[in-house]
Design a protein around this ligand. Sequence first.
Ligand code: URA
Length: 177
Amino acid sequence: MYQDWEELEEVCKNCRKCRLCTNRTNVVFGTGNRNAEIMFIGEGPGADEDAQGIPFVGKAGKLMNMAFEGVGIKREEVYIANIVKCRPPGNRNPEDDEAEACMDYLRNQVMLVKPKKIVLLGSVALKNILGKEYGITATRGKKIEKKGIIYLPTWHPAALLRDESKKIDFWNDLKSI
Ligand code: URA
């Protein structure tokens, strides 16, 4: 574990631990307040994030920003990261070995941020952080405490683009945090 953000970011940006490094434009390390009370964890970068090196800047990110505004969360106050930091080709889900290879970076980020609450955006974040036995439909909106951190699984913002009826849950979940 690195105690220093600069060192962690540098190592992460040069990472070649899994096949996702071969097609990346940028490593999407994470963004926001490094002392945030609330951390958001998504799945992995899409095309826009890969191009800019910043998480949640594409369509799903814009929708998330709107939800943040709606419930009074400032993007710069929270910390945002992903399960994998390089874009899976064609936006497929990360493979288990890719998520595992990347997990130490995320663990290190959580250790440094020390958030009180972590919002898990979608099934990939939920399963990789809390365990494969958890399903997003059954657990979304329910707060789960583990080792002093409150986890809140909710829909991935991209799911809201496919199914508008999920927006209200997402808004309510964000409000509850
Ligand atoms: N979807 C994610 O899970 N993460 C991003 O950074 C962008 C889209």
